[in-house]
Write a protein that binds this ligand. Structure first.
Ligand code: FAD
Ligand code: MLT
Ligand code: ZN
Length: 473
């Protein structure tokens, strides 16, 4: 008998006994994707619809039990798993996985929050539309989690973050009320835009239960190129040329450092990784074209010719088939998985102005290797958006657990000090979660933190929605 037996009984009544998990192996809900922290849930509750979510929130609020909204549990900052107290309810949205409507005329789709991203992409494609949000975790992350983190991914350079793709939300508030804001409107200036409060709030203000998202026409052609570039300066020059030559057709621009690629070669030897031995950096870029495949190829080849003439590309290939394009993207998408295979690691998901990235990398590499000799830099990411995954693996001879325990804080301090000087952000896409909540206090202005706390207090005065995440309250 737990001290919250009455609450458990109520939750069972609302969602059915089979959907209130309190014992057995709850690893899938209690351990974060990076295996950084293992929590303990009072219960994992799996509602089937918005009314059930509202009833669960009301019951938890009445019992003063805090809740952790969870989607696919692929988050990188320990934000979707419970703390170790055994007193938090995990509110898993994965049973809410219906596509509600696709409005072809309005170019919108309305989906339940627990829909897996890839399911949405495929449903859109089947009707001739593109839903451009794309991340390596798309087979398991959910649109609710994407909205909760304002996820970025590989198409931001053209389509923006999840926030830019969202036209409306349905939300269960911290009090258990349902806010129905599922408009497909592209223009609406009737006061504060509530949707933007919940997007990127990491489950700390309410539970997103459904969303209306923007669609785009499927491009006639999508071509992928993969290029060896002699330096980060050259990668930035190539990006400038790509904007010039491809304009809005530039739909992806990712950079990958040599050591990052070597981890893919080591852990996924079946993959063929071009140029990694001969070049310090490689770029994968995508060109989407509304005219024809021939036109797309001509534009891309002209770009690569110009880049070679200017010396910013030393070698390049253009995928000849969809399968080849997928294989090239797969190399890039395998980097975080290869890093996980290599062992525990430190992630710096930072952004700064694109033009200053080469200088940032030079300066930070030098300072970091001086202070932490042997640290292995796994640098890659969304260069088109000025977002680098400036990650670090422990020295090969070192124990990764010890390295993280003793070196993570001083290493973060070093990297984030440079980020601040470059007027960048300490989290471009993964968010704050509990891993970086103490860092937010150091890197946001007191005014910004005060405003954030006012919003939190107004929407969740009893601090029941994902407490300790984002804001240290
Ligand atoms: P979860 O991990 O379950 O939750 C994440 C946060 O959102 C938590 O704070 C949670 O409380 C909150 N949340 C979840 N659902 C809801 C809801 N319905 N309402 C309110 N709050 C909610 N991220 C990127 O931005 N770009 C990338 O390119 C990228 N690549 C990745 C690659 C890999 C291999 C992996 C494992 C992760 C990657 N991520 C990336 C991180 C992660 O996939 C994203 O943050 C994703 O948006 C999380 O979705 P999820 O459903 O797994 O959310
Ligand atoms: C990615 O872009 O692959 C992820 O956001 C990076 C990461 O896992 O560090
Ligand atoms: Zn990323």
């Amino acid at each position: 008998m737990t001290s919250h037996q009455h609450l458990i009984d109520q939750l069972r009544k609302i969602c059915g006994t089979a959907n209130v998990l309190i014992d057995g192996d709850l690893t899938a809900w209690e351990l974060d994707w990076r295996k950084r922290e293992r929590g303990k849930a009072l219960a994992v509750v799996r509602p089937a619809n918005t009314s059930e979510v509202a009833a669960v929130v009301k019951a938890c609020a009445a019992a003063q039990v805090s809740m952790v909204p969870q989607g696919g549990n692929t988050g990188m900052v320990v934000g979707s798993t419970p703390d170790a107290s055994g007193q938090q309810v995990v509110l898993s949205l994965t049973r809410m996985n219906q596509i509600r409507t696709l409005d072809a005329g309005n170019l919108t789709i309305t989906v339940d929050a627990g829909c897996v991203l890839q399911t949405i992409q495929e449903a859109c494609e089947a009707q001739g539309f593109l839903f451009p949000l794309s991340l390596a975790s798309e087979g398991s992350c959910t649109i609710g989690g994407n909205l909760g983190t304002n996820a970025g991914g590989t198409q931001v350079v053209r389509f923006g973050n999840t926030r830019e793709l969202c036209l409306g939300l349905e939300v269960v508030t911290a009090q258990g009320d349902i806010w129905s804001g599922l408009t497909g409107l592209r223009k609406d200036n009737t006061g504060y835009d509530l949707r933007h409060l919940f997007i990127g709030s990491e489950g700390t203000l309410g539970v997103i239960t459904a969303a209306t998202m923007k669609l785009y026409p499927m491009p006639k052609s999508q071509l992928t190129a993969y290029a060896a570039v002699p330096s980060m300066e050259h990668a930035v020059d190539l990006l400038g040329l790509a904007h010039e030559h491809l304009s809005a057709g530039l739909t992806g621009f990712e950079v990958m450092g040599q050591f990052a690629l070597s981890l893919v070669v080591k852990h996924f030897p079946q993959q063929r990784v071009p140029f990694w031995e001969s070049s310090p950096w490689c770029v994968v870029l995508e060109h989407s074209d509304q005219e024809s495949e021939a036109h797309a190829r001509e534009c891309l080849e002209r770009l690569l010719e110009a880049a070679m003439e200017q010396g910013c590309v030393s070698d390049a290939i253009v995928a000849e088939s969809v399968a080849q394009a997928k294989a090239l993207w797969h190399i890039r998408e395998s980097i975080p998985l290869a890093q996980a295979e290599e062992g525990l690691n430190i992630k710096h998901d930072i952004s700064i102005g694109v033009s200053r990235i080469p200088e940032f990398v030079r300066e930070t590499n030098t300072a970091l290797l001086e202070k932490f000799p042997g640290a292995r830099l796994v640098t890659y990411g969304h260069l088109g958006d000025g977002n680098l995954h400036y990650n670090v693996q422990a020295p090969e001879s070192d124990d990764a657990e010890r390295f993280l325990r003793e070196e993570e804080e001083p290493m973060n301090a070093l990297v984030f000090e440079v980020v601040d000087r470059y007027q960048g952000s300490i989290s471009a896409e993964h968010g704050i979660g509990s891993l970086k909540a103490h860092k937010l206090t150091q890197h946001k202005s007191p005014v910004a933190l005060g405003l954030m706390k006012s919003i939190k207090y107004a929407l969740d005065p009893h601090n029941l929605m994902n407490p300790g995440r984002v804001l240290e309250i």
